[in-house]
Design a protein around this ligand. Structure first.
Ligand SMILES: *Cc1c(COP(=O)(O)O)cnc(C)c1O
Length: 475
C-alpha cells in the first residue's frame, strides 16, 4: 500500500514514512493510492472479530489493510495495548446507547481525556514509540491547542520513549477542567506552555517554528495535528464497530451524524464508506461556524477570517477552515491533483473561496458519497441538552447536542442513525449548567483535579522564547 498527495506530487510513500510527517512536499495531504475493498465475506469476518474477539482485533484487521511496513504480530500487539477496557472504560470500547426510535449515540469519549480524540491519539502514541524505537530516533512534538487536541496528545505521549511534547495553549482561556487535565500531568516528557495571547497566537508560533527549517531539523520537530493520516485511519475503525453493533446482517444500511470542525472525524466515515461499509448517509453537523454546511448546501467553500469565526459553546468545532476537507474534494473531483492544487493551493490563497456549484461533480457529494449537512446554534444546543435529559435521562455534551439536533433532520424511518458522541458533558460544564440548572456528573477519577499541582510555563507570545525553551529541554 502506497500513499500519494492530494496535489498531484509524483512521489509515493509507505505508511511509516507519512506517520511521522505532516503535509506532503507540495502542501497536499496524504491518502492511500486506493481504498481497500471490504466485500460481504470480509465484512462478516470483521463482524465476528468485533463480537467475539473485541475492538482491538477489529482495529488490527482494518489497519493491516492499509499498513504493510509493520509486521502483523507487532501491529496486532500495538492494537491490543491501545484498546483496552482499562483505558476506554468498557469492553465494547465504543458502545451504542439507544435514545429513540432509530436514533443511537455511539460513545467515543470514555478514553483518558473524555473526548473522541483519544480513540486515534492513544494509538498514535503507541505507533510513534514503536517506529521511533525501530529507527533509533527522537521526535519533539510541537502543537497548539484550545482544549481537546492538546490534552489527548499529552495523555497519549506521556511517558513514551523517544517523544517529547511541547504544547502551547492560550493562557487562562481554556476551561478550568481542561487546564487541570493538561497542567496536572507531571511526566518529564510533557511540557505545557501557556502563551499570553489567544489561540491564533499559539498557532502562529507553531507555524513560525515549523517554517524555520534549520531549527525544525536540528530539534526534530514534528506535529500530531488533525491532518495526520494515522489519526484518520484509526478513526475508520469505529465506523465499522458502530455498524456491526447496529445491524445483524450485511444488507442493512446505517447513517452517521458527525459533529464536525476540521472534517477529520467525518472524513474517516468517508473512507469507511469508500471501502464498502454499507453507510447510507454521512451527515455533517456544524455549529455557528458553518463553513462545511454552507458547502454541502451550496457548493461554495468559503474560509472565514478570524473576525468571522464565532466563539461558541461547542468550541472544539470553532474553525475558520476545515483542514481535512481537501481529502474529500480530491475524491469528489475524481482524484485530479492538478484541480485540487488549483482550488486549495491557488484559489483559496487568492480569493479565500472556491465555487463548485456549477460543476457536475458537486451533485455527486450527495448522490455518490452520501453527504448531507445541517447547522445548530447555542439555543438549539440548550434545547437539545434539556430535551435529551428530560426524555431519556441522558446528559450529552454541547458538540454531541449539535449532532443530535442535525441527525433528526436527516433520519430515514426504519434505518439506524448513529450520532457520534465526541465528548463527555463534564468538559463543558458551564453550558450544561445553563441548560439544566445543575452541573454534569463528574467521573470519579477526575474528582478534585483542579486542586492538583500544575506544571506549566507561562510565556509571552514570542517565537524566540518558545524556541529557547525547546532548545533548553531537548538534550
Ligand atoms: C475535535 C472535536 C470535534 C471536531 O472534530 P473534527 O475531526 O475536527 O471534525 C468535535 N467535537 C469535539 C468534542 C472535538 O474535540
Amino acid at each position: 500500500m502506497l500513499y500519494l498527495s492530494t496535489r498531484g506530487h509524483p512521489q509515493r510513500k509507505r505508511f511509516c514514512d507519512i506517520l511521522l510527517e505532516g503535509l506532503a512536499p507540495d502542501g497536499g495531504l496524504y491518502l492511500p493510492e486506493r481504498y481497500p475493498q471490504v466485500d460481504g465475506a470480509l465484512l462478516t469476518r470483521l463482524r465476528t472479530a468485533y463480537h467475539e474477539q473485541g475492538y482491538a482485533e477489529l482495529a488490527f484487521q482494518i489497519l493491516q489493510l492499509f499498513i504493510d511496513d509493520i509486521p502483523d504480530a507487532d501491529l496486532r500487539a500495538l492494537c491490543e495495548k491501545t484498546y483496552t477496557a482499562e483505558v476506554f472504560g468498557t469492553g465494547e470500547i465504543v458502545p451504542l446507547r439507544h435514545l429513540e426510535d432509530g436514533l443511537w449515540l455511539e460513545a467515543l469519549s470514555n478514553g483518558p481525556t473524555l473526548a473522541f480524540k483519544d480513540m486515534a491519539m492513544q494509538l498514535l502514541g503507541n505507533l510513534f514509540e514503536y517506529e521511533l524505537g525501530r529507527r533509533g530516533e527522537q521526535l519533539n512534538i510541537l502543537g497548539a491547542t484550545s482544549g481537546d487536541t492538546g490534552s489527548a496528545a499529552e495523555y497519549a505521549m506521556r511517558g513514551k520513549q523517544g517523544v517529547r511534547v511541547f504544547m502551547t495553549s492560550p493562557h487562562g482561556r481554556m476551561s478550568a477542567f481542561q487546564q487541570a487535565q493538561m497542567f496536572s500531568l507531571q511526566d518529564e516528557n510533557i511540557h505545557n506552555i501557556a502563551i499570553e495571547g489567544v489561540f491564533d497566537d499559539c498557532q502562529d508560533i507553531v507555524k513560525a517554528v515549523s517554517n524555520d527549517h534549520a531549527f525544525k531539523a536540528k530539534y526534530k520537530i514534528g506535529t500530531v495535528n488533525s491532518i495526520n493520516w494515522a489519526r484518520l485511519l484509526a478513526q475508520v475503525v469505529y465506523y465499522f464497530a458502530g455498524y456491526v453493533q447496529a445491524t445483524t446482517a450485511n444488507d442493512q444500511k446505517v447513517s452517521f451524524t458527525v459533529p464536525s470542525g476540521n472534517f477529520g472525524n467525518v472524513c474517516a466515515g468517508h473512507v469507511a464508506r469508500s471501502m464498502g461499509l454499507p453507510i447510507d448517509k454521512l451527515v455533517v453537523a456544524t455549529n455557528e461556524n458553518d463553513v462545511l454546511d454552507e458547502f454541502f448546501r451550496t457548493g461554495v467553500y468559503r474560509v472565514r477570517g478570524s473576525a468571522d469565526t464565532h466563539e461558541t459553546s461547542s468550541p472544539s468545532m470553532d474553525i475558520s477552515k476545515a483542514s481535512n476537507f481537501e481529502r474529500f474534494v480530491f475524491d469528489l473531483l475524481g482524484r485530479d491533483g492538478a484541480r485540487v492544487q488549483a482550488l486549495f493551493g491557488t484559489a483559496l490563497g487568492q480569493d479565500g473561496r472556491f465555487d463548485l456549484s456549477a460543476d457536475p461533480a458537486f451533485a455527486e457529494a450527495a448522490r455518490t458519497y452520501g453527504f448531507a449537512s445541517g447547522k445548530s446554534t447555542h439555543a438549539d444546543r440548550l434545547a437539545t441538552i434539556r430535551d435529551t435529559h428530560q426524555r431519556f435521562g441522558v446528559t450529552i455534551d454541547t458538540h454531541t447536542a449539535d449532532g443530535v439536533k442535525v441527525a433528526r433532520e436527516h433520519s430515514t424511518p426504519g434505518q439506524p442513525m448513529l450520532v457520534l458522541e465526541t465528548a463527555l458533558p463534564i468538559k463543558f460544564a458551564e453550558t450544561i449548567q445553563e441548560a439544566l440548572g445543575h452541573a454534569p456528573e463528574r467521573p470519579a477519577r477526575f474528582a478534585g483535579i483542579e486542586d492538583l499541582p500544575k506544571r506549566v510555563q507561562v510565556m509571552a507570545a514570542d517565537v524566540q522564547q518558545v524556541k529557547d525553551y525547546i532548545a533548553r529541554h531537548c538534550d
